[in-house]
Design a protein around this ligand. Structure first.
Ligand code: ACM
Length: 261
């Protein structure tokens, strides 16, 4: 099966251009699972809660979901992407999953990074694994990686691949994902953006370097720090099934949770 990491260069608030750029890039490479960045259609560097709300869409409504769902259907693929979600009075930093067979999924970022706390409500849904035509896919968003519990929970719940929409500004994630993948024996597709957003006196630069990491901790693909790019790799998600490390060690069975609190 083929996974694609899609690295885009969005312009703040220019939603249809950002969606078009992403889908055009995705049409250049066939894959079973495409992962797009966090907030890929809206941009990231909000100045007010109202601004975030005005760019937010209810799950499965608005502009983004129908465009991505149509792509998934046409390409017989599964797509995971980050979006600003409006639900009643709340705005969440969310990720949606949509597959050609009609499978859909929603995740709301649990660990908000820095000024995101000014614009978004913290996620209120559990980490979830979605049974997709591309296998069991767990979803987390960007800074969630910093909390080992995120990937551990998804792996314990049966994920073989972690879809990881991101807008990374700190440098640590790409070199850290091999450890996260190795300790959980899962694949990860970390889709980051490039470019910079200077708004309201706050300037943010995004580090690119989107990455596909194997369940053994190998970096299978890493994008550049500056370009809009798509990278695909063929993987066998079943390699994430067994957690056996040696004849006498199993990464999950050997855990001692009673001593971890
Ligand atoms: C981040 O969580 N967007 C750094």
């Amino acid at each position: 099966m083929v996974v694609a990491v899609v690295q885009t260069d969005p312009t703040f608030s220019v939603v249809s251009k950002n969606i078009d750029q992403a889908l055009s890039l995705m049409r250049t490479a066939q894959a079973d699972l495409y992962v797009l960045p966090e907030l890929f259609a809206s941009g990231y560097n909000f100045t007010t809660e109202e601004e975030a709300r005005s760019l937010a869409e209810p799950f499965q409504q608005g502009t983004t979901f129908p465009a991505v769902a149509a792509f998934a259907k046409e390409q017989k693929a599964t797509v995971v992407y980050g979006f600003a979600e409006r639900d009643g009075d709340e705005v969440y930093n969310s990720a949606a999953l949509v597959s050609h067979d009609g499978t859909t999924g929603l995740y709301r970022k649990l660990h908000l990074f820095d000024r995101e706390k000014l614009f978004f409500a913290p996620g209120n849904l559990p980490f979830r694994v979605f049974q997709t035509p591309a296998g069991p896919v767990g979803v987390m968003i960007c800074f969630d990686w910093y909390f080992p519990e995120s990937m551990r929970t998804l792996a314990l719940r049966g994920a073989h691949i972690i879809a990881h929409p991101s807008n990374l500004v700190l440098p640590h994630c790409p070199d850290s994902m091999p450890v996260r993948c190795r300790e959980n024996r899962v694949f990860a597709v970390t889709a980051n953006r490039v470019g910079a957003e200077n708004r309201g006196g706050i300037s943010l630069s995004f580090i690119g370097q989107s990455q596909i990491t194997s369940s053994r901790g190998e970096i299978l693909a890493r994008a550049s720090a500056t370009g809009a790019e798509i990278h695909t790799r063929t993987i066998d998600p079943d390699e994430a099934k067994s957690k056996r490390l040696t004849g006498m060690n199993d990464l999950f069975e050997d855990r001692r949770p009673e001593f971890y609190q």
